[in-house]
Write a protein of this length. Structure first.
Length: 400
């Protein structure tokens, strides 16, 4: 009956992680999948989340269905975290927010909304971007193309080209950008560069779609949301997705959000209604336990403060690993600049390694990177950074 179906090749990143798990070598290192590991190489359980979980279990609340759009306290907490406690748009009721099934689910609901209510709008994503951005948008039936972003020669940003490209797009085009910790490159825009983007988007009538999966992993919880808030203050109406997988270490709980900023409260009500209709056709209502954890932490001042400190510890550990790796590489490869490692932000680094070099690292040294050369810096620790540096030195020396 189904023999005509093609074989699924598997997701390239998840399949690579499966290969890593099956690798018997004791000193293997995973720098591929987007997971934050602590200094001992474990997925952390944040103490703020642990305390919230303990209190919730003591209450023994029933596990009924959530509203289609998600729990009110969770949605309010998302708006405050993403748009700021003093956001005028929040106070005016101009933001329609739904609880997403992770960041990916939130993106897909946003994509379905664009397909239904913004006919003719194509979606533009950065070159490169997280692979699933294209898949989620295309899965909704949208046409997706790329805009200039990464400069391979300088391991930097093609900012002028990007800005000029945006200026040529037709009004109504949807431009997907990442406010912080760009995946896969780790290359973010400065505030001045964001200001230029905002002006071009206003002038051209473009629609920003901002995917913020790593809030707090760049410069700070508030700092990483700067571009989102600046766009809203400038009068733009972005779609904004966010995720709590990384900054709460709640990957399997699938906690995220989609917020659509609108010109008026009436339009926000209309948007929320259509988002609910779209959700009902797909999964009816979101999962329960994870949203309770997130809402409890964000709404309890002591736990919120503790969570901010824990995110800071994770952010600083990632930065420290960047510095350590750069120091080791500089010592072994004098004359080769690796400044990009410490200039990039967040969990990921675009290393400039070729796919063949990545294959060599995996096959000969047991070090796993995505074949694009993306490295998950959060997989480094003081116990493996020297081995990773040594392997990189061997591979990079072979170039000459």
């Amino acid at each position: 009956m189904y023999q005509h179906l093609p074989v699924y090749a598997g997701d390239p990143i998840l399949s690579l992680h499966e290969a890593f798990m099956a690798d018997p070598r004791p000193n293997k290192v995973s720098l591929s999948i987007g997971l934050y590991f602590d200094e001992q190489g474990r997925l952390p359980v944040l103490d703020s989340v642990r305390q919230a979980d303990k209190k919730l279990r003591e209450q023994e609340r029933p596990s009924g269905y959530l509203p289609i759009e998600g729990a009110p306290d969770y949605r309010a907490a998302v708006q405050k975290l993403v748009f700021g406690a003093d956001s005028a748009a929040v106070a005016e009721g101009r933001i329609a927010t739904i609880q997403g099934v992770g960041g990916s689910g939130a993106i897909r609901i946003g994509a379905d909304f664009i397909k239904s209510f913004m006919p003719g709008s194509d979606v533009w994503v950065s070159d490169p971007t997280w692979d699933n951005h294209e898949s989620l948008m295309q899965g909704a039936g949208l046409k997706v193309a790329r805009y200039p972003y990464y400069d391979a020669d300088s391991n930097g940003l093609r900012y002028d080209e990007m800005l000029a490209f945006f200026a040529r797009l037709p009004a109504g085009s949807v431009v997907l950008m990442q406010p912080c910790c760009h995946n896969p490159t780790g290359i973010d825009l400065s505030k001045a560069q964001w200001s230029g983007v905002i002006q071009v988007m206003k002038d051209g009538g473009l629609v920003p779609f901002l995917d913020m999966a790593y809030q707090g992993f760049g410069e700070g919880i508030e700092e990483d949301a700067w571009a989102v808030r600046a766009m809203v203050e400038a009068g733009l109406c972005p779609l904004v997705t966010n995720s709590f997988s990384k900054n709460f270490s709640l990957y399997g709980e699938r906690c995220g959000g989609l917020s659509v900023v609108c010109p008026s409260a009436d339009e926000a009500d209309r948007v929320l209604g259509q988002l609910k209709a779209g959700i009902r056709r797909v999964y009816s209502s979101p999962p329960l336990h994870g949203e309770r954890l997130v809402a409890a932490v964000l709404d309890t001042p002591a736990l919120h403060q503790q969570w901010v400190a824990e995110v800071k510890d994770m952010r600083e550990r990632i930065k420290r690993m960047r510095v350590l790796l750069a120091e080791r590489l500089t010592a072994g490869l004098p004359g080769m600049s690796v400044d990009f490692l410490t200039e990039q932000h967040g969990m990921f680094s675009y290393t400039g390694l070729t796919s063949d070099e990545v294959d060599t690292l995996r096959e000969k040294h047991g070090i796993y990177l995505v074949r694009s050369g993306r490295m998950c810096v959060a997989g480094l620790n003081e116990g493996n950074v020297q081995a990773v540096a040594d392997a990189l030195i061997v591979v990079l020396r072979a170039r000459s």
